[in-house]
Design a binder for this molecule. Structure first.
Ligand code: SF4
Length: 239
């Protein structure tokens, strides 16, 4: 009986951008300054709006040397800068040290997505985020990576905790997907007309996405041309 009441109540909840009344979030231990690692505008948009609505002092940290090639990296970065400017949120544009990324992922070229290579990739990005946070008076880090349903949230959170510990900076493992977060992320991407990437980011994810497509008789990915549109909404990969 209780279960029936609960499901009826759940079905009445509307988490869409138009109707959702954003709750006021607080940092886990009243930390004052958050450095938010961002992977791309589509994943970051919903998280950024949630933080603005909560008046949490947030700076975006764009550090993604995994993204290949550089033309793709520039598009994703500039989309994030565009939205950060719109919200008046500071953004730190960090090095594109892809040589270091290739060095660290050596031997993991054929790992599947969500495998060991991804842990290496997350670790590298979070270590740099935590280091910057420690050097610049931030007292908390988090990431937009976990909002994507393509990602393993436990893997991301484990990496965040592991990578930030040596810098004595806590990692906020807030679940940005819950209460419609993933759906609003797509709504917001449509509203903003964000660039829609079709592979996670690295050269190996591009290779594997193309192999998958070709095996199904589809065309290979054409980079740099697809943007979210109001009329046609598709779930994208991100990273
Ligand atoms: S698939 Fe994505 S998360 Fe994994 S290594 Fe490549 S870019 Fe990094």
């Amino acid at each position: 009986m209780g279960g029936i009441k609960k499901s009826k109540k759940m079905s009445q909840l509307d988490y869409s951008l138009a109707s959702y009344k954003r709750p006021r979030l607080s940092t886990p231990n009243a930390e004052k300054k958050l450095l938010l690692h961002s992977c791309c505008a589509p994943c970051a948009g919903e998280v950024m709006e949630a933080l603005v609505a909560s008046d949490i002092d947030t700076t975006i940290f764009f550090y993604n040397p995994n993204i290949h090639p550089i033309e793709e990296y520039e598009i994703r970065k500039n989309e994030n800068i565009r939205f950060a400017k719109k919200l008046g949120m500071p953004i730190v544009d960090v090095d594109y040290d892809r040589d270091e990324w290739f060095q660290r992922t050596k031997g993991q070229e054929n790992e599947p997505e969500r495998g060991e290579r991804c842990s290496t990739c997350f670790d590298m990005r979070f270590e740099r985020t935590a280091q910057y946070a420690a050097d610049n008076d931030f007292d908390l880090i988090s990431s937009t990576l976990g909002i994507s349903r393509w990602k393993d949230m436990d893997q991301i959170n484990a990496s965040g905790v592991r990578s930030s510990a040596p810098y004595n900076i806590p990692y906020w493992d807030f679940n940005w997907r819950k209460k419609g977060g993933s759906s609003r992320m797509l709504e917001l991407s449509k509203r903003e007309g964000f660039y829609q990437q079709e592979y996670c980011g690295c050269v190996y994810s591009l290779r594997d996405s193309n192999r998958w497509r070709v095996s199904r008789g589809r065309e290979k990915i054409k980079r740099g041309i697809k943007f979210y549109q109001e009329a046609k909404l598709e779930v994208s990969q991100d990273g």
